[in-house]
Design a protein around this ligand. Structure first.
Ligand code: DX5
Ligand code: ZN
Length: 224
């Protein structure tokens, strides 16, 4: 369970924003965004194809928000420097690609925060082994590739296990969950121990994205 008084964060995922109006979309959610989640897909690691460093560079010029970059790509090591130069604050790499430690070293050397992510079918042990090396653990609550998919409640057990491991070791690791987050699913995700909720379609399909983000925050952390 999350500790009393824990302040949770909302990370709008721009994947569901109008890419032709990206700066305006970010401005519309700014008041309720603690950071921004940028989904990078290469058409190989996942079938979908999205954006790369030039879009991060353009975003960086238009917002002071912390930019988290979720790399759903086969070759994250080849892209870290470009994202660091473009203005990413942290990169998140998938544990399914194999030993992530060389990537962590590259990220640290580039001044990037270090995030590690596991897919719904990946056992939590694969990431728990790395908790002392990272700043952020992301637990996918959908199979990555698209926004707007249904939340997979079975991953909550992994969030609980990660929360227990982080708290037991007293590590400064934030736990994040990504996929299918809405005012309906947010409470269970927060109660399981997530510090950061990523939400794309629930925020950017709404007429008022900031109000939608606030509804997720209030559902997750009712006293906040
Ligand atoms: C899915 C992405 C998510 C996506 C979430 O592959 O990693 O960040 O934007 O979208 P929603 O919140 O609509 O499930
Ligand atoms: Zn993502």
């Amino acid at each position: 369970m999350s500790a009393p008084g824990r302040v949770g964060k909302i990370a709008p995922s721009i994947l569901s924003a109008d890419f032709a109006e990206l700066a305006a979309e970010v401005a519309r959610v700014r008041a309720q965004a603690d950071l921004l989640h940028v989904d990078v897909m290469d058409g190989h690691f996942v079938p979908n194809l999205t954006i790369g460093p030039p879009v991060v560079e353009a975003l960086r010029r238009r917002t002071d928000l912390f930019l988290d970059t979720h790399l759903m790509v086969d070759n994250p090591g080849d892209l870290l420097e470009a994202f660091a130069k473009a203005g990413s604050d942290r990169c998140i790499v998938h544990v399914e690609l194999g030993d992530p430690r060389p990537l962590f070293d590259r990220m640290r050397a580039l001044g990037l925060g270090v995030g590690l992510v596991c897919n719904p079918d990946t056992p939590v042990e694969a990431v728990i082994d790395h908790l002392a090396e990272i700043d952020l653990l992301l637990v996918m609550s959908v199979h990555p590739g698209w926004g707007g998919q249904a939340f997979l409640p079975e991953v909550l057990e992994k969030v609980r296990a990660a929360r227990a491991a982080v708290d037991a070791a007293g590590l400064p690791v934030e736990i994040e969950i990504d996929g299918g987050i809405s005012p309906v699913t947010a409470r269970a995700a927060a109660a399981a121990g997530a510090d950061i909720l990523v939400a794309g379609s629930a925020i950017f399909s709404a007429a008022d994205p900031a109000a939608a983000a606030r509804r997720i925050r209030e559902a997750a952390w009712p006293s906040s």
